[in-house]
Design a protein around this ligand. Structure first.
Ligand SMILES: [Zn+2]
Length: 362
């Protein structure tokens, strides 16, 4: 192959295994600590030194954390709001609320809004802000411990549901593939404030095989959020290998989402369809009646009603690229043939639907 050439490889190839080994150092905790955690650790070390100069640094460090939160109020309003939410609800902060919210508030103003306003106008003391940071870090540590405790149960439930769905023919994957992917995938809770998880509950990084669940997700929804991300983890892949001076691997396809391997995944083709299928499977596995991605799921149902068999969509979603086969992704090929039969303009019409969906949904 020529220098810098691109080639598609199978996920069960030696080249892919070697790539995974190279990424092994990224396994284990990847999530940054809670918002403010690293700052407070340093502050504590410096305070123990009882050095006057250090006191200046302590102040500037806490100030920079304030600035960061102030920035969230413009760039990531959910993160900004969530920071205050948990703290206001914490019994450890009840005394401070009584101190800070003294006047009878105007109608509709909650303690949270009043304290957020004080923060924005710079009226909040450094001391109070530091206390808030400490409560936030403690809250996150407590949630992380609860999450870790429940995770084994949740994973076991997911596995038994998936096994049932494989046995009934609903999930077109093998038990070996299920176990291999589950083993390779790590799951962690991450601080929604620090990671600016504004409009999603979790994510799955296909390159590092890592699932993050946002700390704002209520415990009752952990099953759902982890199931959704785990379905992404099980979905089929097409991997591209770039040879040459700086060899690298990237995922061109995950499920039915196609992207240039190293490009912004948000620009990918059929991302909405990929999410629709993922969420639909999640709902079916959990036996629930509703979930997220409503619009995407409605359009998916429209495709099925129009004559694209659900089974064909699922097979395309779960198939892995087979570099040795004459037809490396036969289920996707079959799906495109069905689309051509149903839509007068074939794939061109389907791509137009994708462009339209990109505008309608995020
Ligand atoms: Zn998803």
């Amino acid at each position: 192959m020529k220098e810098g050439g691109l080639e598609r490889i199978s996920v069960n190839s030696a080249a892919f295994e070697a790539h995974r080994k190279r990424l092994a150092h990224l396994k284990g905790p990847q999530v940054l600590g809670a918002f403010g955690e690293a700052t407070l650790e340093l502050v504590d070390i410096w305070r123990r030194e009882k050095n006057v100069e250090r006191e200046v640094e302590v102040k500037s460090f806490l100030r920079s954390q304030r600035k960061k939160l102030l920035m969230f109020s413009e760039t990531s309003i959910m993160s900004f709001s969530r920071f205050f939410e948990d703290i206001i609800a914490s019994p450890a902060f009840a005394g401070r609320i009584r101190e800070l919210v003294t006047d009878t508030p105007p109608e509709g103003d909650t303690p949270k809004i009043i304290i957020m306003r004080k923060f924005l106008s710079g009226e909040l003391d450094d001391e109070v802000f530091e206390e808030m940071l400490r409560i936030h870090v403690e809250n996150f540590k407590r949630k992380t411990a609860e999450f870790a405790q429940k995770l084994l149960e949740i994973k076991a439930r997911f596995r038994s549901r998936a096994l049932e769905a494989i046995a009934s023919g609903y999930l077109p994957i093998t038990v070996e593939e299920l176990d291999r992917r589950m083993e390779a995938t790590t799951v962690e809770l991450c601080d929604s404030v620090e990671n600016q998880f504004d409009d999603f509950d979790g994510d799955h990084n296909v390159e590092t095989e890592h699932i993050r669940i946002g700390s704002h997700v209520p415990e009752a929804y952990w099953d759902h959020a982890i199931t959704h991300e785990s379905i992404h983890a099980l979905s089929g892949r097409t991997v591209i290998h770039q040879s040459g001076e700086r060899p690298r691997l990237g995922h061109q396809r995950l499920g039915v989402r196609f992207a240039s391997a190293w490009a912004d995944k948000k620009k990918a083709r059929f991302r909405w369809l990929n999410e629709a299928i993922t969420e639909r499977i999640t709902i079916d596995l959990l036996g629930e009646s509703d979930g997220s991605y409503d619009t995407e799921r409605e359009v998916l149902q429209g495709l099925i009603d129009r004559g694209i068999p659900r089974e064909e969509l699922y097979r395309a979603y779960f198939e892995n690229y087979d570099a040795k086969a004459a037809v490396p992704i036969p289920a996707w090929k079959k799906l495109t043939e069905t689309i051509k039969e149903i839509y007068p303009e074939g794939m061109r019409e389907f791509v137009r639907l994708d462009e339209q969906m990109k505008k309608e949904v995020k």
